[in-house]
Design a protein around this ligand. Structure first.
Ligand SMILES: Cc1ncc(COP(=O)(O)O)c(C=O)c1O
Length: 381
Protein backbone atom coordinates (compact mmCIF):
# COMPACT_ATOMS: atom_id res chain seq x y z
CA UNK A 1 0.00 0.00 0.00
CA UNK A 2 1.40 3.38 -1.01
CA UNK A 3 1.01 6.15 1.58
CA UNK A 4 -1.08 9.22 0.85
CA UNK A 5 0.14 12.81 0.81
CA UNK A 6 0.16 14.53 4.21
CA UNK A 7 -2.26 17.16 2.93
CA UNK A 8 -5.00 14.55 2.84
CA UNK A 9 -4.85 14.41 6.64
CA UNK A 10 -5.99 18.03 6.74
CA UNK A 11 -9.40 17.40 5.16
CA UNK A 12 -12.30 15.01 5.52
CA UNK A 13 -14.68 13.58 2.95
CA UNK A 14 -17.34 16.20 2.14
CA UNK A 15 -20.33 15.93 4.53
CA UNK A 16 -22.87 15.39 1.76
CA UNK A 17 -20.77 12.71 0.14
CA UNK A 18 -20.94 10.72 3.42
CA UNK A 19 -24.48 11.56 4.49
CA UNK A 20 -25.98 10.88 1.06
CA UNK A 21 -24.64 7.32 1.27
CA UNK A 22 -26.73 6.91 4.43
CA UNK A 23 -29.74 8.58 2.79
CA UNK A 24 -29.39 6.39 -0.32
CA UNK A 25 -29.23 3.29 1.84
CA UNK A 26 -32.54 4.29 3.46
CA UNK A 27 -33.97 4.83 -0.04
CA UNK A 28 -32.79 1.37 -1.11
CA UNK A 29 -34.59 -0.03 1.94
CA UNK A 30 -37.79 1.48 0.54
CA UNK A 31 -38.03 4.66 2.65
CA UNK A 32 -39.77 7.44 0.64
CA UNK A 33 -37.03 10.01 1.24
CA UNK A 34 -37.67 13.65 0.35
CA UNK A 35 -34.30 15.32 -0.13
CA UNK A 36 -34.20 18.94 1.01
CA UNK A 37 -30.50 18.74 1.78
CA UNK A 38 -28.68 19.78 -1.34
CA UNK A 39 -28.98 22.90 -3.52
CA UNK A 40 -28.91 21.18 -6.89
CA UNK A 41 -31.51 22.91 -9.10
CA UNK A 42 -34.10 20.46 -10.41
CA UNK A 43 -35.59 22.90 -12.94
CA UNK A 44 -34.61 22.97 -16.63
CA UNK A 45 -32.10 25.44 -18.08
CA UNK A 46 -33.53 27.93 -20.61
CA UNK A 47 -34.66 26.11 -23.79
CA UNK A 48 -32.41 28.29 -25.98
CA UNK A 49 -29.41 27.01 -24.02
CA UNK A 50 -30.12 23.39 -24.87
CA UNK A 51 -30.76 24.35 -28.52
CA UNK A 52 -27.48 26.28 -28.78
CA UNK A 53 -25.53 23.44 -27.24
CA UNK A 54 -27.14 20.83 -29.50
CA UNK A 55 -26.68 22.86 -32.67
CA UNK A 56 -23.04 23.55 -31.84
CA UNK A 57 -22.13 19.88 -31.88
CA UNK A 58 -21.74 19.87 -35.67
CA UNK A 59 -19.43 22.90 -35.74
CA UNK A 60 -16.00 22.07 -37.14
CA UNK A 61 -14.20 22.98 -33.91
CA UNK A 62 -16.73 21.41 -31.56
CA UNK A 63 -14.62 18.50 -30.39
CA UNK A 64 -11.21 20.11 -30.35
CA UNK A 65 -9.28 21.49 -27.41
CA UNK A 66 -10.62 24.92 -26.57
CA UNK A 67 -8.91 28.14 -25.56
CA UNK A 68 -7.63 28.25 -21.97
CA UNK A 69 -9.42 31.58 -21.60
CA UNK A 70 -12.69 30.45 -23.17
CA UNK A 71 -14.26 31.65 -26.41
CA UNK A 72 -14.05 35.43 -26.88
CA UNK A 73 -17.88 35.44 -27.30
CA UNK A 74 -18.23 33.74 -23.91
CA UNK A 75 -16.05 36.32 -22.20
CA UNK A 76 -18.02 39.06 -23.98
CA UNK A 77 -21.30 37.53 -22.80
CA UNK A 78 -19.95 37.36 -19.24
CA UNK A 79 -18.84 40.98 -19.33
CA UNK A 80 -22.23 41.92 -20.87
CA UNK A 81 -24.03 40.09 -18.07
CA UNK A 82 -22.06 41.99 -15.42
CA UNK A 83 -22.82 45.30 -17.16
CA UNK A 84 -26.52 44.59 -17.53
CA UNK A 85 -27.25 43.10 -14.13
CA UNK A 86 -24.68 44.66 -11.81
CA UNK A 87 -23.71 47.86 -13.66
CA UNK A 88 -20.06 46.72 -13.58
CA UNK A 89 -17.73 47.33 -16.55
CA UNK A 90 -15.28 44.52 -17.22
CA UNK A 91 -12.89 44.11 -20.10
CA UNK A 92 -13.78 40.82 -21.83
CA UNK A 93 -10.14 40.60 -22.90
CA UNK A 94 -8.50 40.76 -19.53
CA UNK A 95 -10.89 41.06 -16.58
CA UNK A 96 -13.04 37.92 -16.95
CA UNK A 97 -12.03 34.27 -16.88
CA UNK A 98 -14.53 31.44 -17.46
CA UNK A 99 -14.24 28.59 -14.96
CA UNK A 100 -15.40 25.01 -14.92
CA UNK A 101 -17.84 25.89 -12.12
CA UNK A 102 -17.04 28.52 -9.54
CA UNK A 103 -15.97 25.83 -7.07
CA UNK A 104 -12.75 25.23 -9.00
CA UNK A 105 -12.09 28.97 -8.77
CA UNK A 106 -11.73 28.63 -5.00
CA UNK A 107 -8.79 26.28 -5.54
CA UNK A 108 -7.24 28.31 -8.38
CA UNK A 109 -7.43 31.58 -6.46
CA UNK A 110 -5.92 29.91 -3.39
CA UNK A 111 -3.10 28.41 -5.46
CA UNK A 112 -2.44 31.75 -7.15
CA UNK A 113 -2.31 33.87 -4.00
CA UNK A 114 -1.46 31.77 -0.94
CA UNK A 115 1.85 30.57 0.38
CA UNK A 116 2.20 28.03 3.16
CA UNK A 117 1.58 29.70 6.49
CA UNK A 118 -0.52 32.55 5.08
CA UNK A 119 -3.75 33.07 6.97
CA UNK A 120 -7.18 33.12 5.35
CA UNK A 121 -10.30 34.70 6.85
CA UNK A 122 -13.21 32.31 6.44
CA UNK A 123 -16.85 32.98 7.35
CA UNK A 124 -18.43 30.91 10.12
CA UNK A 125 -20.98 29.81 8.98
CA UNK A 126 -19.93 29.54 5.34
CA UNK A 127 -19.36 27.27 2.36
CA UNK A 128 -17.13 24.42 3.62
CA UNK A 129 -14.86 24.44 0.54
CA UNK A 130 -13.10 27.67 1.65
CA UNK A 131 -11.69 25.85 4.66
CA UNK A 132 -10.76 22.60 2.94
CA UNK A 133 -9.03 24.31 0.01
CA UNK A 134 -7.14 26.61 2.39
CA UNK A 135 -5.83 23.55 4.22
CA UNK A 136 -5.03 21.68 0.99
CA UNK A 137 -2.73 24.50 -0.13
CA UNK A 138 -0.98 24.61 3.26
CA UNK A 139 -2.45 27.93 4.41
CA UNK A 140 -4.16 28.47 7.77
CA UNK A 141 -7.90 29.07 8.13
CA UNK A 142 -8.90 31.80 10.59
CA UNK A 143 -12.64 31.80 11.12
CA UNK A 144 -14.55 35.01 11.58
CA UNK A 145 -17.99 35.04 13.17
CA UNK A 146 -21.16 35.77 11.32
CA UNK A 147 -24.01 36.14 13.80
CA UNK A 148 -27.74 36.72 13.51
CA UNK A 149 -27.46 39.84 15.69
CA UNK A 150 -25.09 41.38 13.09
CA UNK A 151 -27.37 40.30 10.22
CA UNK A 152 -24.75 37.65 9.38
CA UNK A 153 -22.24 40.32 8.35
CA UNK A 154 -18.63 40.50 9.60
CA UNK A 155 -17.83 42.58 12.67
CA UNK A 156 -14.83 44.38 11.19
CA UNK A 157 -14.14 46.35 14.36
CA UNK A 158 -13.75 43.11 16.31
CA UNK A 159 -11.62 41.65 13.51
CA UNK A 160 -9.29 44.63 13.56
CA UNK A 161 -8.55 43.97 17.22
CA UNK A 162 -6.93 40.68 16.19
CA UNK A 163 -3.50 40.21 14.60
CA UNK A 164 -4.11 40.42 10.86
CA UNK A 165 -0.46 40.62 9.84
CA UNK A 166 -0.41 37.13 8.30
CA UNK A 167 -3.84 37.38 6.63
CA UNK A 168 -3.57 37.34 2.84
CA UNK A 169 -7.09 36.50 1.71
CA UNK A 170 -10.66 36.86 2.98
CA UNK A 171 -13.64 34.89 1.68
CA UNK A 172 -17.03 36.53 1.75
CA UNK A 173 -20.18 35.34 0.03
CA UNK A 174 -23.06 37.78 -0.36
CA UNK A 175 -25.86 36.96 -0.79
CA UNK A 176 -24.73 34.62 1.92
CA UNK A 177 -24.93 30.87 1.85
CA UNK A 178 -26.30 29.28 4.05
CA UNK A 179 -28.19 32.11 5.79
CA UNK A 180 -29.52 34.04 2.77
CA UNK A 181 -28.34 37.33 4.30
CA UNK A 182 -27.45 40.18 1.96
CA UNK A 183 -24.77 42.83 2.33
CA UNK A 184 -25.73 46.50 2.11
CA UNK A 185 -23.70 49.05 0.16
CA UNK A 186 -22.10 50.11 3.44
CA UNK A 187 -21.07 46.56 4.33
CA UNK A 188 -19.32 46.17 0.97
CA UNK A 189 -17.68 49.60 1.24
CA UNK A 190 -16.44 48.88 4.76
CA UNK A 191 -15.03 45.51 3.69
CA UNK A 192 -13.12 47.16 0.84
CA UNK A 193 -11.70 49.82 3.18
CA UNK A 194 -10.72 47.07 5.65
CA UNK A 195 -9.06 45.05 2.86
CA UNK A 196 -7.06 48.05 1.67
CA UNK A 197 -5.95 48.95 5.17
CA UNK A 198 -4.62 45.45 5.79
CA UNK A 199 -3.56 44.57 2.25
CA UNK A 200 -5.92 41.60 2.05
CA UNK A 201 -7.44 40.15 -1.13
CA UNK A 202 -11.22 39.84 -0.67
CA UNK A 203 -13.08 37.35 -2.82
CA UNK A 204 -16.86 37.64 -2.98
CA UNK A 205 -18.34 34.28 -3.93
CA UNK A 206 -21.60 35.36 -5.53
CA UNK A 207 -23.59 32.46 -7.04
CA UNK A 208 -26.98 33.29 -5.44
CA UNK A 209 -27.60 36.88 -6.56
CA UNK A 210 -30.50 36.04 -8.83
CA UNK A 211 -32.49 33.70 -6.62
CA UNK A 212 -35.24 35.44 -4.65
CA UNK A 213 -33.11 38.54 -4.35
CA UNK A 214 -34.49 41.94 -5.35
CA UNK A 215 -31.14 43.77 -5.43
CA UNK A 216 -28.35 41.78 -7.09
CA UNK A 217 -25.02 43.36 -6.16
CA UNK A 218 -21.44 42.78 -7.20
CA UNK A 219 -18.58 43.84 -4.96
CA UNK A 220 -16.80 45.05 -8.10
CA UNK A 221 -19.32 47.88 -8.38
CA UNK A 222 -17.84 49.71 -5.40
CA UNK A 223 -15.12 52.36 -5.54
CA UNK A 224 -11.62 50.94 -5.40
CA UNK A 225 -12.86 47.33 -5.41
CA UNK A 226 -10.71 46.20 -8.30
CA UNK A 227 -7.55 47.00 -6.29
CA UNK A 228 -8.28 44.40 -3.63
CA UNK A 229 -11.29 42.31 -4.71
CA UNK A 230 -12.19 39.47 -7.00
CA UNK A 231 -15.63 38.01 -7.59
CA UNK A 232 -16.72 34.49 -8.39
CA UNK A 233 -20.00 33.88 -10.14
CA UNK A 234 -21.75 30.87 -11.60
CA UNK A 235 -24.44 29.70 -13.99
CA UNK A 236 -25.30 26.78 -11.69
CA UNK A 237 -28.16 28.36 -9.76
CA UNK A 238 -28.98 31.36 -11.96
CA UNK A 239 -29.71 29.22 -15.01
CA UNK A 240 -30.25 25.73 -13.52
CA UNK A 241 -26.99 24.57 -15.05
CA UNK A 242 -25.21 23.08 -12.02
CA UNK A 243 -24.12 19.96 -13.90
CA UNK A 244 -22.78 21.94 -16.84
CA UNK A 245 -20.01 23.35 -14.66
CA UNK A 246 -19.77 26.94 -15.82
CA UNK A 247 -18.63 29.77 -13.63
CA UNK A 248 -16.40 32.80 -13.86
CA UNK A 249 -13.97 34.93 -11.94
CA UNK A 250 -13.80 38.66 -12.56
CA UNK A 251 -11.52 41.45 -11.49
CA UNK A 252 -8.27 43.27 -12.15
CA UNK A 253 -6.34 41.89 -15.14
CA UNK A 254 -3.14 41.15 -13.20
CA UNK A 255 -5.10 39.02 -10.74
CA UNK A 256 -6.91 37.22 -13.55
CA UNK A 257 -3.56 36.52 -15.26
CA UNK A 258 -2.24 34.94 -12.07
CA UNK A 259 -5.29 32.68 -11.85
CA UNK A 260 -4.94 31.75 -15.53
CA UNK A 261 -1.32 30.80 -14.86
CA UNK A 262 -2.60 28.14 -12.42
CA UNK A 263 -5.68 27.11 -14.38
CA UNK A 264 -3.95 26.70 -17.74
CA UNK A 265 -1.71 24.12 -16.12
CA UNK A 266 -4.68 22.14 -14.84
CA UNK A 267 -7.28 21.87 -17.60
CA UNK A 268 -7.35 22.36 -21.33
CA UNK A 269 -10.39 24.51 -21.85
CA UNK A 270 -14.13 24.09 -21.48
CA UNK A 271 -16.13 21.89 -23.89
CA UNK A 272 -17.24 24.00 -26.87
CA UNK A 273 -20.94 23.07 -26.66
CA UNK A 274 -21.05 24.08 -23.01
CA UNK A 275 -19.57 27.45 -23.87
CA UNK A 276 -22.12 27.93 -26.66
CA UNK A 277 -24.96 27.08 -24.27
CA UNK A 278 -23.54 29.37 -21.59
CA UNK A 279 -23.41 32.30 -24.04
CA UNK A 280 -27.14 31.91 -24.69
CA UNK A 281 -27.92 31.65 -20.98
CA UNK A 282 -26.08 34.86 -20.17
CA UNK A 283 -28.15 36.71 -22.78
CA UNK A 284 -31.51 35.70 -21.25
CA UNK A 285 -33.98 38.52 -20.76
CA UNK A 286 -35.47 39.63 -17.43
CA UNK A 287 -38.40 37.24 -18.10
CA UNK A 288 -36.13 34.31 -17.29
CA UNK A 289 -35.44 35.63 -13.80
CA UNK A 290 -39.10 36.45 -13.22
CA UNK A 291 -40.28 32.96 -14.12
CA UNK A 292 -37.47 31.25 -12.17
CA UNK A 293 -38.26 33.23 -9.07
CA UNK A 294 -41.99 32.68 -9.30
CA UNK A 295 -41.33 28.93 -8.93
CA UNK A 296 -38.97 29.45 -6.01
CA UNK A 297 -41.37 31.87 -4.33
CA UNK A 298 -44.13 29.28 -4.24
CA UNK A 299 -41.72 26.64 -2.97
CA UNK A 300 -40.32 28.93 -0.31
CA UNK A 301 -43.80 29.57 1.09
CA UNK A 302 -44.21 25.79 1.42
CA UNK A 303 -40.80 25.43 3.07
CA UNK A 304 -41.72 28.18 5.53
CA UNK A 305 -44.87 26.17 6.37
CA UNK A 306 -42.76 23.04 6.79
CA UNK A 307 -40.26 24.86 9.02
CA UNK A 308 -43.12 26.18 11.16
CA UNK A 309 -44.58 22.68 11.45
CA UNK A 310 -41.15 21.59 12.72
CA UNK A 311 -41.23 24.38 15.36
CA UNK A 312 -38.50 26.37 13.63
CA UNK A 313 -38.34 30.12 12.97
CA UNK A 314 -36.85 31.91 9.98
CA UNK A 315 -36.18 35.34 8.50
CA UNK A 316 -38.67 36.20 5.76
CA UNK A 317 -36.34 38.82 4.30
CA UNK A 318 -33.58 36.29 3.58
CA UNK A 319 -32.69 35.54 -0.06
CA UNK A 320 -31.38 32.60 -2.06
CA UNK A 321 -31.99 28.96 -2.72
CA UNK A 322 -32.35 27.90 0.92
CA UNK A 323 -34.35 28.59 4.04
CA UNK A 324 -32.10 28.92 7.09
CA UNK A 325 -34.22 28.00 10.06
CA UNK A 326 -33.59 28.37 13.78
CA UNK A 327 -34.40 25.37 15.91
CA UNK A 328 -36.39 25.48 19.13
CA UNK A 329 -34.01 26.29 22.01
CA UNK A 330 -31.82 23.49 23.39
CA UNK A 331 -32.12 21.45 20.20
CA UNK A 332 -28.92 20.57 18.35
CA UNK A 333 -28.77 20.56 14.58
CA UNK A 334 -27.44 17.06 13.85
CA UNK A 335 -29.77 15.39 16.38
CA UNK A 336 -32.71 17.37 14.95
CA UNK A 337 -32.03 16.44 11.32
CA UNK A 338 -31.54 12.80 12.32
CA UNK A 339 -34.93 12.92 14.06
CA UNK A 340 -36.56 14.45 10.94
CA UNK A 341 -34.92 11.82 8.74
CA UNK A 342 -35.94 8.93 11.00
CA UNK A 343 -39.48 10.02 11.80
CA UNK A 344 -40.51 11.72 8.56
CA UNK A 345 -38.03 10.45 5.92
CA UNK A 346 -37.11 14.05 5.08
CA UNK A 347 -33.44 14.96 4.67
CA UNK A 348 -32.43 18.48 5.73
CA UNK A 349 -28.88 19.84 6.16
CA UNK A 350 -27.68 20.56 9.71
CA UNK A 351 -26.28 24.08 10.17
CA UNK A 352 -23.12 22.71 11.76
CA UNK A 353 -21.69 21.58 8.42
CA UNK A 354 -21.17 25.27 7.68
CA UNK A 355 -19.30 25.93 10.93
CA UNK A 356 -19.84 26.09 14.68
CA UNK A 357 -22.08 29.18 14.38
CA UNK A 358 -24.48 26.98 12.43
CA UNK A 359 -25.33 25.11 15.64
CA UNK A 360 -29.00 25.54 16.45
CA UNK A 361 -29.93 25.99 12.76
CA UNK A 362 -30.93 23.75 9.87
CA UNK A 363 -30.97 24.50 6.14
CA UNK A 364 -33.83 23.58 3.80
CA UNK A 365 -33.20 23.56 0.05
CA UNK A 366 -35.81 24.90 -2.38
CA UNK A 367 -34.78 22.29 -4.96
CA UNK A 368 -37.87 20.11 -4.50
CA UNK A 369 -41.25 20.22 -6.20
CA UNK A 370 -44.37 21.72 -4.64
CA UNK A 371 -45.84 18.20 -4.55
CA UNK A 372 -42.86 16.91 -2.56
CA UNK A 373 -43.07 19.87 -0.21
CA UNK A 374 -46.83 19.32 0.32
CA UNK A 375 -46.07 15.69 1.10
CA UNK A 376 -43.33 16.73 3.56
CA UNK A 377 -45.72 19.12 5.34
CA UNK A 378 -48.39 16.43 5.52
CA UNK A 379 -45.93 13.97 7.06
CA UNK A 380 -44.84 16.39 9.76
CA UNK A 381 -48.36 17.58 10.58
C1 LIG B 1 -21.45 29.51 -1.65
C2 LIG B 1 -21.17 28.63 -2.80
N1 LIG B 1 -20.10 28.89 -3.56
C3 LIG B 1 -19.78 28.14 -4.63
C4 LIG B 1 -20.54 27.04 -4.98
C5 LIG B 1 -20.11 26.23 -6.16
O1 LIG B 1 -20.91 26.45 -7.25
P1 LIG B 1 -20.51 25.96 -8.72
O2 LIG B 1 -21.57 25.00 -9.12
O3 LIG B 1 -20.46 27.18 -9.56
O4 LIG B 1 -19.16 25.31 -8.65
C6 LIG B 1 -21.65 26.71 -4.22
C7 LIG B 1 -22.44 25.53 -4.57
O5 LIG B 1 -23.31 25.06 -3.93
C8 LIG B 1 -21.98 27.54 -3.10
O6 LIG B 1 -23.04 27.27 -2.33
Amino acid sequence: MITFANRLNTVEEYYFSKKLREVNLLKAQGKPIINLGIGSPDLEPPTRVIAAMTESLNDAVAHKYQSYQGLPELREAMAGFYKEHFGVSLSPLSEVLPLIGSKEGIMHISMAFLNEGDEVLIPNPGYPTYESVTKLVGATPVFYDLLAENDWCPDLIALEKSDLSKVKLMWISYPHMPTGATASNKVFEDIITFAKRHNILVVNDNPYSFVLNKYPRSILKYKGAKDVCLELNSLSKTFNMAGWRVGMVSGRSEYIDAILKVKSNMDSGMFYGIQKGAIEALKCSKMWFISLNSVYEERRQKVWDLATALNCTYDKTATGLFVWAKLPSHKTAEAYIDMILKEHSIFVAPGTIFGSNGEGYIRFSLCATVEELDEAIARVK
